[in-house]
Write a protein that binds this ligand. Structure first.
Ligand SMILES: Cc1ncc(COP(=O)(O)O)c(C=O)c1O
Length: 340
C-alpha cells in the first residue's frame, strides 16, 4: 500500500547485486541491495527518509534544517547535502569531541556548507545535553530570522520511517523478480528507523522475506520496547491495518563488538573481505559490523548453507576515513605500500 504523503521523488530504485565471490566463500547465496548508491551527499539510507522529511520542511516554509547525531553522523552528512540541494541552511549538533582533523563526514558536511556544532560531554546523558543544545542553537538562528525544521537522530520519526516502508515494497518485488521471494534480509540497526520501516512494509504486504537486524550498539530490553512503541506509533499515525508483534522482531544483539563505532579487528576483516572479493566498500560503524555479524552467523549455523541472503548496504563509506578507524587500517595495510 502506498501512502498519500508528500515526498520529493528524487530517488530511483536501487539495484540488487549478486556477490559471487562472497557467496562462494561463505557457502550462501549473497545479494546486496545497494542503498549506498543513492545519488546525493555520497549516498546512504537516510536519503529515503529525507525524501519525506525535507519535503515536509519545505511545505512548512523552513529555511534551515537542524539535526543531531555523533560527530561523524552519516545521517547528518546526507541532511547537509539535501539542505544544500534545496537552498536551505543546515546545522549538525553533536555531543562529541573534535578528532583533531577535519576528515570523513565532517569534511563533507563543511563542503555542503553545513555548520557543525560539537560540544564535549559534561557527563550527563547525551540526550539531555543534546536537547539543551538544540534549543539554544535553534533560538540563535531563529533570532537571525531563520525558520528551523528539526530532524531527529537518524531521521527516525514516524514520517522518516515511511522511506523504508517504501523500500520494503521495492525489495519484495525485486526479490520475486530474482526468484528469491523467501530470502533473509539483513539490515543494520542503529536509530531503528530503517528496521521499523522494513518491518512494517514487509508485514503490510504479507511479504515472505524474513527480516533480520544486526544491532551495532548495545540493544537490550529497553531497545526492544522502544522498537515496539515506535512501530505502533508509525502504524497508528498512518492507519496501517496490521498488528505489531514484538515476537517477530529478529534482531541479533551479540555482534556489537564493544560499542558504537569502536574500532574492531573482525569488522576491519569483514570490510577487507568484501572490498578485496567484490570491489565494494562497507563502513566501519554500521555495514562492516553487520557483515562481520553475517560471517559469524554463517559459521555459527544461524544462517544455513545455501541460504538466500539480501544484505542491505545502507552506505557510510566516508566513515573509513574517521581517524580512529583509518589509523588501525593503516597499521594492517602498510605492508603492501612500497616506497622506493
Ligand atoms: C550507514 C548506516 N547504516 C545503517 C544505519 C542505521 O539506520 P537506522 O538509524 O535507521 O537504524 C545508519 C544510521 O545512521 C547508517 O549511517
Amino acid at each position: 500500500m502506498a501512502f498519500d504523503i508528500d515526498k520529493l521523488h528524487i530517488l530511483d530504485e536501487t539495484p540488487i547485486h549478486y556477490l559471487p565471490s562472497m557467496s562462494r566463500a561463505l557457502g550462501i547465496q549473497l545479494f546486496m541491495k545497494r542503498d549506498d548508491l543513492t545519488p546525493f551527499g555520497a549516498g546512504g539510507n537516510k536519503l529515503r527518509k529525507l525524501e519525506y522529511l525535507v519535503k515536509d520542511a519545505m511545505n512548512k516554509g523552513a529555511t534551515m534544517l537542524i539535526t543531531v547525531g555523533g560527530g561523524q553522523t552519516n545521517h547528518g552528512r546526507q541532511t547537509a547535502a539535501m539542505a544544500a540541494k534545496y537552498g536551505m541552511k543546515c546545522a549538525i549538533i553533536a555531543i562529541d569531541e573534535y578528532p583533531g582533523e577535519l576528515t570523513a563526514n565532517m569534511l563533507l558536511d563543511r563542503l555542503f556548507g553545513c555548520e557543525l556544532i560539537l560540544k564535549k560531554s559534561d557527563g550527563r546523558p547525551d540526550s539531555v545535553q543534546l536537547n539543551e543544545l538544540v534549543d539554544s542553537v535553534t533560538q540563535v538562528y531563529e533570532k537571525k530570522g531563520e525558520k528551523v525544521y528539526f530532524i531527529p537522530m537518524g531521521g527516525s520519526n514516524a514520517l522518516g520511517t515511511l522511506g523504508y516502508y517504501d523500500c520494503a515494497i521495492e525489495l519484495d518485488r525485486q526479490a520475486k523478480e530474482l526468484g528469491i521471494p523467501k530470502a533473509r534480509v539483513i539490515d543494520t540497526v542503529g536509530s531503528q528507523g530503517t528496521y521499523a520501516g522494513l518491518y512494517l512494509g514487509l508485514k503490510d504486504i504479507k511479504s515472505e522475506l524474513h527480516l533480520t537486524g544486526i544491532a551495532i550498539m548495545p540493544f537490550g530490553e529497553k531497545s526492544f520496547k522502544h522498537l515496539e512503541k515506535y512501530c505502533n506509533e508509525v502504524k497508528d499515525t498512518y492507519g496501517m491495518d496490521l498488528t505489531v508483534d514484538p515476537s517477530e522482531f529478529d534482531i541479533e544483539t551479540g555482534y556489537v563488538r564493544g560499542g558504537y563505532n569502536l574500532p574492531s579487528k573482525e569488522v576491519r576483516d569483514a570490510i577487507r573481505m568484501v572490498a578485496s572479493k567484490e570491489g565494494i566498500l562497507l563502513d566501519p560503524c554500521y555495514t562492516g559490523k553487520a557483515m562481520a555479524g553475517v560471517i559469524d552467523m554463517v559459521f555459527e549455523g544461524k544462517i544455513q548453507q545455501g541460504e538466500d541472503v539480501i544484505f542491505i548496504h545502507t552506505g557510510g563509506m566516508p566513515g573509513l576515513y574517521t581517524p580512529s578507524h583509518r589509523e588501525e587500517f593503516e597499521k594492517e595495510l602498510m605492508d603492501g605500500v612500497h616506497i622506493l
